[in-house]
Design a protein around this ligand. Structure first.
Ligand SMILES: CC(C)(COP(=O)(O)OP(=O)(O)OC[C@H]1O[C@@H](n2cnc3c(N)ncnc32)[C@H](O)[C@@H]1OP(=O)(O)O)[C@@H](O)C(=O)NCCC(=O)NCCS
Length: 166
């Protein structure tokens, strides 16, 4: 089924939480942080922008990003999540491309993504690497002993937005 991209509303909050938890990758405090950012955004905080991917009325994925404070035209991609059952079917690529095209339209220059070095994040790192993201830095043991912070960046000024699989 093809999906459409729309804002994430208050009515999707429970499903949003379930989706995030359902990936099996995030700790409970991280799930709570994602929900908190959605609540902030719904309350009008423009530091956090969300777009949802929907099949009919069901939320099947989302991305969250925002301008990085204290920088000139750099943005952070804070979250990108796709329903576990639907991963690998192009939804994440669509969301990423949407985020990049909105950022480009607003004059953003650089996107920064933080992720983990853990083995269960290997497909996630591959997702970014195949979409023009370059590992710019690693902070050993940042999340936990043996769990490094991997920082990826992408230069949006080259015009090479993430492809959307057909
Ligand atoms: C990472 C994620 C957003 C990608 O979305 P997706 O819809 O599965 O990705 P797509 O179908 O558009 O693209 C598939 C690509 O992603 C990679 N990928 C990452 N996770 C995958 C998964 N669980 N299943 C299949 N492919 C996955 C594949 O290697 C594939 O790469 P390639 O086509 O360049 O070879 C999604 O898998 C996800 O929600 N993962 C768990 C949460 C997460 O890691 N979020 C990012 C950290 S904050």
């Amino acid at each position: 089924m093809s999906c459409s991209l729309r804002p994430v509303g208050r009515a999707h909050r429970a499903r949003f939480e379930q989706l995030t938890r359902g990936t099996g990758l995030f700790r409970e405090d991280e799930v709570a942080t994602a929900v908190e950012l959605l609540d902030d955004s719904l309350a009008g905080n423009e530091d956090y922008q969300f777009v949802g991917a929907f099949e009919a009325d069901q939320l099947v994925g989302y991305a969250c990003w925002g301008a990085t404070p204290g920088t000139v035209a750099t943005s952070d991609l804070y979250w990108i999540v796709v329903d576990r059952e639907r991963q690998g079917s192009g939804i994440g690529s669509r969301l990423l491309r949407e985020v990049e095209s909105r950022l480009t339209a607003h004059g953003a220059r650089l996107v920064v993504v933080e992720t983990s070095s853990r083995a269960d994040y290997t497909p996630t790192r591959r997702f970014y690497e195949h979409r023009g993201y370059t590992r710019a830095a690693t902070i050993p043991g940042y999340y936990a002993p043996g769990d490094d912070l991997a920082i990826y960046t992408k230069d949006l000024t080259t015009g090479d937005l993430a492809r959307t699989p057909s």
